[in-house]
Design a protein around this ligand. Sequence first.
Ligand SMILES: [Zn+2]
Length: 306
Amino acid sequence: MWLQYGVDKDGTLVCIENIARGKTTLKCPYCSSHLIAKKGKLKEHHFAHHGETCLPVKSRQFPVIPLYESFNIHLSGKDLEQLQLLWKEYGLKNYPISSGLVSHNLLKAEVLKKNVQIVPFGYEFTDLGKIPVQALDLMRFNEVQEPLLLKKLLKLELAVDHATHRNTLDLSHRFTDLILYRTQLKRILSSTLYFLQIQTNQGTLHKIGVTQRSVEERVIEVERDLLKHYQNVTIQILGSWQHRGNVEKYFKHRYQEFNYPIGSLTEYYKFNSKYANHVLSDLQNMRPKVLSSIELDILADHTSLG
Ligand SMILES: [Zn+2]
């Protein structure tokens, strides 16, 4: 992942999406260099250093949210290919996988597990293993991802505690890691996921998205965007889910094959009407998000890097 946050003069982290492209007054959270907002069409939007890139950013060793941007669970290309093949041949049909087909790497990554109820025993996909192959439903995706988010938060907090205790040189680096991570969590927790059905003069489309404002406000912009491409546009809000910003990118991964780009607009989908109902129930099966005390604390967070 690329650097997506810069620090303003008050020490607050600002996301690339909330800033115009080009020179900024923001600084790198790690080395305080001036940042330039790169918002082109090809690469993911990110901040670049005005001068030389510092090591934490260059080596991309700053913390990112687990299962948020990338869904390959750190599998190598070869392992991923094997997993996809196993899904097509066995997982999809619910057939047990014989041990001869299961590599050590896949077991270590916990994407497959032994099922002793089958004799002779075989292997099956874990919920985690269904994520790279786009097969895990949205509700269970939340159940897999949420504990990982908290586990990583605890790890980063511990690293700060250790560094504080021993007064080590990397204390400021560890502290930046923690603030950067909490800021990313705050962003997804304060986002509302929405799903729209759009009737145009050329057929029906769907759109997934997140907003930190009201969905109605966002719909006005969506309509304006679409009227550049269609003569008639009627938008219906099929659903909105508070605090579920974590799901948007997994949704895009899961329903990739139905993606329908319109010019530079990329969050549109073309489903047939039967499948659209399936997608809607996938979303509706997610229980309303109940915030834990840690999450409430993160949402109320005003910690700065001053
Ligand atoms: Zn830097």
